[in-house]
Design a protein around this ligand. Sequence first.
Ligand code: GCB
Length: 608
Amino acid sequence: MKLKPLFFLVMILFIGVGAAQEPLLINAYHRTTHSLNGNWKYIVDPYENGFYNYRLEAFEDQKDPGKNAFFTNSKPSNKSELVEYDFDLSDSILVPGDWNTQKEKLFYYEGTVWYKKSFDYRKTDATNRVFVYFEASNYQTDVYFNGTKLGRHVGGFTPFNYEVTHLLKDQDNFLVVKVDNKRIKEGVPTLNTDWWNYGGLTRDVKLIETGATFIKDYFLHLATENPKEINGFVQLDGAVSGEHPIRLRIPELSIDTTFITNKTGKANITLTSDKIVYWSLKDPKLYQLRFSSREDTLTDQIGFRTISTKDDDILLNGEPVFLKGISIHEESPIRGGRGNSVEDARQLLSWAKELGCNFVRLAHYPHNEHMVRLADEMGILVWKENPVYWTISWDNPDTYQNAANQLTELIARDKNRASVIIWSMANETPTSESRNLFLSNLAELARSLDPTRLISAALEQSAYQGDPNVRTIHDDFAEVVDVLSFNQYIGWYDGLPEKAQNISWVIEQNKPVLISEFGGGAKQGLHGDKYTRWTEEYQEYLYQETLKMLSSIKQLRGMSPWILVDFRSPRRMLPEIQDGWNRKGLISEEGKKKKAFFVLQDYYNSKD
Ligand code: GCB
């Protein structure tokens, strides 16, 4: 059955009401926090024995869950009592961190792991509120605090938080978290991906303490029509009825203005200044700013710039820009496994800079906040991507809601980052009526949450009018995007590198073209002639031929070849070459550059 647009509309309206998720506190970076990182106790639970009784009924749905429900974190109260687990006698694991690369026995594990952290915490003021904040947890997360369920979060790469004010004690709190990374067909992503399904509390966990009424959210950006005007809003949470003054100071722009909130605690912002130095690639200017309400103060660093398209140009602050990019997976080049530290981010972005990039495609899911914060500082443009990858369940309303929630959380977190210029809806999704509707609804959602950025998706190319030597983009979603991006693998999955010499392109859309992927595999240190697959020379040749071919596309305004560093993938098991790694990196997982790195570097340097 095909879903009708009306059905999706009803569903979108329903999301606001039905989502269990509490609204996200943005800018966790600059709030008063107490880290819960470090050692946590964990129990591996493949049969979800701590969640279900032997009738497979969830303990949490029972009147009396009993002590064997792991979220109760129980101990036998006398020597005869039967309790079949004990967090405190169990092994420890580090948070943040995936479990796969911390514990050998969990390398291939996909299922439930329970985490437990005990802690004391005294609020600085009795009226304050406290939230537990997770930067990310892959994939489905059930959170319990002092024996009470806080909620369930679905999606592995975006932040979420729950209020614990009324459950918090000065001593002996326990936070129990069930993380399940089983892949499921209706999930986002679905069963099939080309990356490692790292499980666990993969990013920081912290307590955030706020006043009773506090600044939950804000959005500041240049007006698209007038770059001397700063627009946006600020939103309070708490006892918001009545008028609340919120002061915004941006000292370097001599801005010191007070806004008054409406009945919902929101104030719209309009400011003008002649002095704004725009955030740019050469001068990524960030302004220090400070919001203060009666009970709260929050600082941030924000850059101001515009991003738009005109015909086939991408305009940054009104000037055409060519996106010299590279795709990146979120793996730690330092420790291996899921990346999550500021050092991981710095290494990846420094390599991108060395390559000559002014743009990175953070594939195929939202990366950690360090990446965008650093990109802001380093003057690198960023593509952010929702994990709608390959063939997901387009007709399933829950799948849509899940994708919409993840996109909403991503935009909530990153909407104040000047570096972020593109929200990508999806990667290599097969066209169909229900897929087109799904993606169009997502794009509409993104535009309603953030009308200031560009929308794209990594699409697929096909033969033009049946001629395999002429390629085109034939996809209804191409009408929706601002930047026409597509992946192509001529020379790797599609013939040998020199095939590129015979291919021409017909792009019928009057839009800027971005090649979101091309590439081929090479094992670093393996040498041979340019026709021998897996050698550095083959990959080098592929880059040379592909760059020549792409230069003939008149609307070409950027590219993000696949990929900066070799990354783990369970689809890549060829012994002695892949051994569990996708080898299309320009740099090996050990940090060694391959020959093709220098081909792309030369090309990018020549475009200055
Ligand atoms: C693609 C996918 C990417 C894969 C890559 C490959 O088209 O978008 O996720 O890893 O190809 O290496 O085949």
